[in-house]
Design a protein around this ligand. Structure first.
Ligand SMILES: [Zn+2]
Length: 491
């Protein structure tokens, strides 16, 4: 759209208008206007304000140009229609016929050139662009305004049309009402809910039978007071008639905040639905069986988002990363690495342990498979408040498989004792320090696997020691020389 200025269309439009001015005020005035336009263009170019002027709306700028062009085309058509009169009225004298022919030719050429230039200015490509961007109304209103009311009237009308379109877009919401698969009704509201949309919202809500069970699902980035009152009143009416309305706020908590009289001032930014990162406790607390509630929610909302990626992965995986971490429920590998399907090949066990080569076939198989898949790095990720580390340091004798498994922490405990004198260790609780040393120890164990050692030697594989601080939601690297947690550098 910057081309509007750079392609001289603004000065050209003024030139066209000047053509009209010269009729009324003579060429001196028209020339001054043209020079003024050139000056404006120079200032816009020198101050780099050219693109800024387009914030008016390209549809208005182009609509004004089109209106001006249409005006000149109509003028030229009119002039051509008047040509016989001009020729007839030309004074007779020496070479009267010759004069008549010259004047006629000039008038025809001017008419054709002006018409062609005007039609070029209208530009079919621009029409298509505005149609695609749903700006055609603004464009047409501006052009018609310039044609029938003059430049100022056309631009003002165009700006009003652009404003109306923007208000409609910013305040538009969609409302769908549908019966649920099991029982009751589901009303889904998406968009911005303000007083302008309340009438339509209430009309849509009439489709819900009075007194029925309703889930009101809100995906709204703004809810003003009028809309909140309308929803609350409708909810109360439903419940007075014996119905039940459950409000599910997916995008944000506008309804809840308005109910608590703490509404926000501005729209909230769009982002992933909160519940995709939130624990069940924050939204499925009432469910007696959260796993089925969660699966149903995935099928209803999550599946459609992730399906395009999964379709590409349907016939094979090629993960970049082998991620070994604890089975702790608070460590969610895909969340803390912002990764998705196909990214992480994972092994999780109590204490994120990697016994040395030849001891545990389960871990050994996963390592060999990951290297075969071509992972370029392996991360061992420990975490704060690890139950396995605490249990190990407590000295309690644990029986069963848990006791057997935690014997694999023994090498880490040795490293823990050796490094307890490191300066960093003084400010770190015992089990947290063991957690960090445990990460470093597992990296050493990884190198005992021939497949890993070979890939590292060939430069195909790197190892990372990570540590996740749960309370701070922070992932750091464990420095192998000092035991310090260091920031993971942005690549
Ligand atoms: Zn743990």
């Amino acid at each position: 759209m910057r081309s509007v200025i750079t392609r001289l269309e603004l000065p050209l439009a003024v030139l066209i208008l000047a053509g009209g001015l010269s009729h009324e005020y003579g060429w001196p005035v028209a020339s001054a206007v043209v020079l003024g336009a050139a000056g404006v263009r120079f200032v816009l170019g020198a101050t780099r304000l050219g693109p800024g002027t387009l914030r008016l709306s390209p549809a208005v700028v182009h609509g004004a140009l089109t209106g001006a062009a249409a005006t000149i085309v109509l003028d030229q058509v009119h002039a051509l229609l008047d040509l016989p009169d001009i020729v007839r009225l030309w004074p007779e004298g020496d070479g009267g016929l010759q004069h008549t022919l010259i004047v006629g030719a000039i008038a025809v050429a001017a008419g054709v050139l002006g018409g062609v230039r005007g039609i070029k200015l209208i530009g079919v490509a621009h029409l298509r662009t505005f149609w695609r961007h749903h700006e055609i109304l603004t464009y047409v209103v501006t052009a018609a305004g310039v044609l029938f009311g003059g430049l100022v009237a056309g631009v003002v009308l165009g700006l009003l049309a652009a404003l109306a379109v923007s208000v409609y877009r910013l305040t538009h919401c969609t409302v769908t009402v549908a019966p649920c698969e099991d029982a009751g009704w589901r009303v889904t509201v998406r968009g911005t809910l303000v007083f302008l949309g309340v009438g339509r919202l209430l009309r849509e809500l009439r489709a819900v039978p009075p007194g029925s069970a309703v889930t009101l699902e809100l995906h709204v980035d703004f809810l003003d007071h009028a809309a909140f009152e309308a929803l609350r009143t409708w909810r109360e009416e439903q419940e007075q008639l014996g119905g039940r309305v459950m409000v599910e706020e997916v995008h944000d908590s506008w309804y809840q905040r308005a109910g608590a009289r703490h509404p926000l001032l501005r729209k909230t930014l769009p982002g992933p639905p909160r519940r995709f990162l939130a624990p069940w406790g924050s939204w499925a607390r009432a469910s007696r069986d959260p796993i089925t509630t969660g699966v149903a929610e995935f099928q209803r909302r999550g599946a459609e988002l992730v399906r395009p990626y999964l379709m590409d992965l349907a016939d094979g995986q090629q993960p970049e990363q082998f991620f070994i971490t604890c089975a702790d429920s608070r460590v969610v590998p895909n969340v803390i690495t912002m990764s998705g399907p196909g990214d992480l090949f994972c092994v999780r066990n109590v204490g994120n342990l990697v016994p040395q080569h030849g001891i545990d076939p389960s871990i050994g198989a996963a390592i060999e498979f990951a290297v075969k898949l071509g992972v370029t790095s392996i991360a061992v990720c420990g975490h704060s408040d690890c139950g396995a580390m605490k249990a190990t340091l407590s000295g309690k004798q644990l029986g069963g498989h848990l006791g057997q498994w935690l014997r694999h922490v023994t090498p880490s405990v040795r490293l823990f004792r050796e490094t307890r004198a490191w300066p960093e260790s003084a400010s770190v609780k015992g089990h947290e320090w063991l957690g960090r040393m445990n990460v470093l120890q597992q990296l050493a164990h990884l190198r005992t696997y021939p497949a890993v050692a070979e890939a590292i030697a060939a430069g195909r594989l790197r190892l990372h020691g990570l540590y996740f601080d749960i309370g701070a939601a922070k992932v750091s690297r464990v420095c192998p020389d000092t035991g310090k947690l260091v920031e993971v550098p942005a690549s």
